[in-house]
Design a protein around this ligand. Sequence first.
Ligand code: PGA
Length: 254
Amino acid sequence: MSRRRSFVAGNWKMNLNRAGAVTLARAVREHAASCAGVDCAVFPPFVYLAEVAAALSGSRVRAGAQDVWTEKKGAFTGEVSAEMIRDCGASLVLVGHSERRHVLGEGDDLVARKLRAALDGGLEAILCIGEKLKEREGGSTEAVLGRQFRTAFKDLAPAEFPRVSIAYEPVWAIGTGRNATPAQAQEVHAFVRKLVAERFGPASAEGSRILYGGSVTPENAGELLAGPDVDGVLVGGASLDAAKFAGILDSDRR
Ligand code: PGA
């Protein structure tokens, strides 16, 4: 029996409009009130972050940003700092999401700098890691995850690690409807926990929350979350539908 609390997070990506974001936030808030055993967060687009955070204020649901820039302020057109995110009422940020890595070309070093900035700016972070289909088929899943993990955490002090969760999101499973099997997810999560143990020690590994992401639905969430090393889910598409996201929150059976 795991001592870790489950964490269900919704990544809204570049979806919804202002009214839709607030409506969805209110629906998540209402449902999450009855899910006392599960931690919950949503990640709206930057432009709706303050309103969503206000709609969630005082609730069990936290608001987070989908990205953060590496510097505190200055001439970085289009970028947003950790301080600005906090000023909007949010306390979390996604770092290294696969769409940022592979659509926008972010490398491991930039991801590490963003993680540094997030923590320095007082945010908690979800670090996303994951292999591409070619890498899985070529047998390099562990090498890729190991590289992403070690680079992201190269400058992190052990005392900072509790402010970071890790999301394993195989790139081939994101938005494709093709999710990893519960056994595949569990296998990788156990490997990631081993990486945490090597880098930060066994107690950190035991306490660390490792989420799975990639085509999670109310139908498959329960069996994914049954893996002893699967401590939560990071949900994209299904998090845009209040009933589906509620179903995922309900599927945690720890
Ligand atoms: P998906 O996205 O659930 O739509 O596959 C997951 C994610 O990218 O975080």
